[in-house]
Design a protein around this ligand. Structure first.
Ligand code: ADP
Ligand code: MG
Length: 215
């Protein structure tokens, strides 16, 4: 099994104000799959992505990648894991405003020792003709394509997407989800994605549902 989430628990706060967010969640993801996290706002979707991404720690349980638990990784190994093996795409594109499309994607390439060929990737993303434009000269969909390019150019084993279409209209969202599926098929990256767009139903290999926990 490539990615294993085992009995993961996570809460925030102390005493009266303590909230248990993840109450023992378990699932597995095979290499190359698209796994979708569904659940209402506050159900812990972002918390779960952050724990998988090694940005936050769990209270108990574990995340294992290729059999190795992220909590057992030494700081250096964890940093290398985050840098080389993970790509992150957020709702907000967080592009660097004074760098053009190609340069924004190159930023991601610097973090990898096996980056993808940039011109080829620009064509896959439908951005080749726009490669010299600055972010403020792009539509929202094109900005998100650029952000996906920056995450994927590292050729990460896992692409974590946190509501990547949250700021886009329905049809543009659908195009972005189709692009993520195309990238998944072309480069074989495992995708873990939070989205509410129902176009995802045809693409997902696995759907994990989270509930808001009252404790
Ligand atoms: P979702 O992404 O599903 O909307 P989140 O994972 O962002 O949910 O948050 C789940 C719950 O955990 C919310 O109640 C949120 O307020 C709380 N939470 C998340 N991160 C923190 C934090 N760093 N400190 C305190 N509470 C947090
Ligand atoms: Mg969230």
């Amino acid at each position: 099994m490539f990615l294993e989430i085992h009995d993961l628990k996570k809460g925030f706060g102390q005493g009266e104000s303590r909230v248990e967010v993840l109450k023992g969640i378990s699932f597995e993801v095979e290499r190359g799959e698209i796994c979708v996290l569904l659940g209402p706002s506050g159900s812990g979707k972002s918390t779960l992505l952050n724990i998988i991404g090694g940005i936050d720690g769990a209270d108990s349980g574990y995340v294992a990648i290729d059999g190795e638990r992220t909590a057992d990784m030494k700081e250096k190994v964890l940093t290398a894991y985050r840098r080389r093996h993970l790509g992150y795409v957020f709702q907000m594109y967080n592009l660097i405003p004074n760098l053009n499309v190609k340069e924004n994607i190159e930023v991601g390439a610097y973090l990898s020792d096996k980056p993808l060929e940039i011109d080829d990737l620009l064509k896959t993303l439908g951005l080749y003709e726009h490669r010299h434009k600055l972010p403020n000269q792009l539509s929202g969909g094109q900005q998100q394509r650029t952000a996906i390019g920056r995450a994927i150019v590292k050729n990460p084993d896992i692409l974590l997407c946190d509501e990547p279409t949250g700021a886009l209209d329905y049809n543009t969202s659908k195009e972005i989800l189709q692009l993520i599926e195309e990238v998944n098929q072309k480069y074989g990256n495992t995708v873990i994605m939070v989205t509410h767009n129902d176009a995802i139903k045809q693409m997902a290999d696995r759907v994990i549902r989270l509930k808001v926990c009252r404790s």
